[in-house]
Design a protein around this ligand. Structure first.
Ligand code: BTN
Length: 272
C-alpha cells in the first residue's frame, strides 16, 4: 500500500469540501511543497489550494530544520490560505492546523495524540507530525499563509534516519498496520476546513479550547529555547492570539509568539 503515489484524481473523486482543496496540484516529487506553494500564492487568489508531493527532496521543518519526506510513506502537503482575519490572529491558524491533524488521528485510529505548542503532534512521547507555517506579505500586509503539513504514516521505525529514530514515529508504528493515505488525507482536509470556517467566523475560542484539551503540558513547567538562550517557566495558558502565556519564576508573565522559539517540554529533547 505504501508504494502507491497519491494522484489528484484520487482526491477529486472523494472530497466534499467547499473551499479547501478545490484546486489541487499533486506531484510525484518536489523539493518542498511549501516552496512551490509560495511561488503559486503570488498569482493565485484562491483560498484553500492544495499542493501535495509524494516525496520531498528538500522538505523543511520549523527553525530551519530538515524534514525527512521519503516517497509514499507519509502526507507531505501545503495549503494556501487567504484568511480574512487580522494578522494578530494568525497564531490561531497554527493551532487549528495541529487540532485538524489530531482529530483525524483520533477519528481513524484508537490513538490519543498529544499537542505540543504550537503545532507538533506526539503519540506516546514521539513526534508523528509537524506543521511549518509561512506568511507572504504585500505592502507590509500578510496576504497569504502557507500551511505545510508533515505527517508520518506508514514508515517502520527502521525507515527513519538514525538521528531521529528514537524521537520520531509513524501511525503504522503505533497501530501496527498500514493506513490508506488517501482516506487519511481526505479526512484531514475535511477537519481542516471545518476549523478554518470557525476561524473565518471569528470563533477563536472553539479552536483554542480544542487545542488546550489535547495538550498535556498546560500548567506544567517548560523550557523555551530562544535565539538569545533558554528561559523556563509555567505554561499557564494560551491567550486570545494563540500565544503561549508563560509565568517566569519571579512571577513575570510573558506572551510568546510561535516561530521565534522552540519548546522543550518536560525536558524532552527537540525533534527536527
Ligand atoms: C516541523 O518542523 O515540525 C514542521 C514540519 C513541516 C514539514 C512539511 S512537509 C510539507 C511541507 N513542505 C515542507 O518543506 N515542509 C512542510
Amino acid at each position: 500500500m505504501s508504494s502507491k503515489p497519491i494522484l489528484a484524481e484520487d482526491l477529486e473523486n472523494e472530497i466534499h469540501t467547499k473551499l479547501i482543496a478545490k484546486k489541487i496540484f499533486a506531484f510525484e516529487t518536489l523539493s518542498s511543497t511549501n516552496d512551490f506553494a509560495k511561488r503559486l500564492a503570488q498569482n493565485d487568489d484562491h483560498d484553500g489550494t492544495l499542493v501535495l508531493a509524494n516525496e520531498q527532496t528538500k522538505g523543511r521543518g520549523r527553525q530551519g530544520r530538515h524534514w525527512y519526506a521519503p516517497p509514499n510513506f507519509g502526507l507531505w502537503f501545503s495549503i494556501i490560505l487567504k484568511p480574512n482575519q487580522p494578522a494578530q490572529k494568525f497564531g490561531i491558524v497554527s493551532l487549528l492546523a495541529a487540532v485538524a491533524v489530531a482529530k483525524t488521528i483520533e477519528q481513524m485510529t484508537s490513538l490519543e495524540p498529544a499537542l505540543k505548542w504550537p503545532n507538533d503532534v506526539f503519540i506516546n512521547s514521539k513526534k508523528v507530525s509537524g506543521v511549518l507555517i509561512e506568511s507572504q506579505f504585500s505592502n507590509n500586509q500578510p496576504v497569504s499563509l502557507i500551511l505545510g503539513f508533515g505527517l508520518n504514516v506508514n514508515q517502520k521505525q527502521g525507515d527513519f534516519p538514525e538521528e531521529i529514530r528514537e524521537t520520531a514515529t509513524s501511525l503504522r508504528e503505533q497501530i501496527k498496520y498500514e493506513i490508506d493515505r488517501v482516506s487519511l488525507l481526505i479526512n484531514l482536509l475535511h477537519n481542516l476546513e471545518h476549523l478554518y470556517f470557525e476561524f473565518k467566523e471569528g470563533n477563536f475560542n472553539v479552536i483554542i479550547n480544542s487545542w488546550k484539551e489535547r495538550c498535556p503540558f498546560l500548567g506544567k513547567d517548560v523550557s523555551i529555547k530562544q535565539s538569545r538562550g533558554e528561559i523556563e517557566g509555567r505554561f499557564e495558558n494560551l491567550d486570545e492570539y494563540g500565544r503561549m502565556v508563560l509565568r517566569l519564576e519571579k512571577g513575570e508573565i510573558k506572551h510568546l509568539n510561535a516561530g521565534e522559539q522552540t519548546v522543550i517540554q518536560g525536558g524532552e529533547p527537540c525533534y527536527s
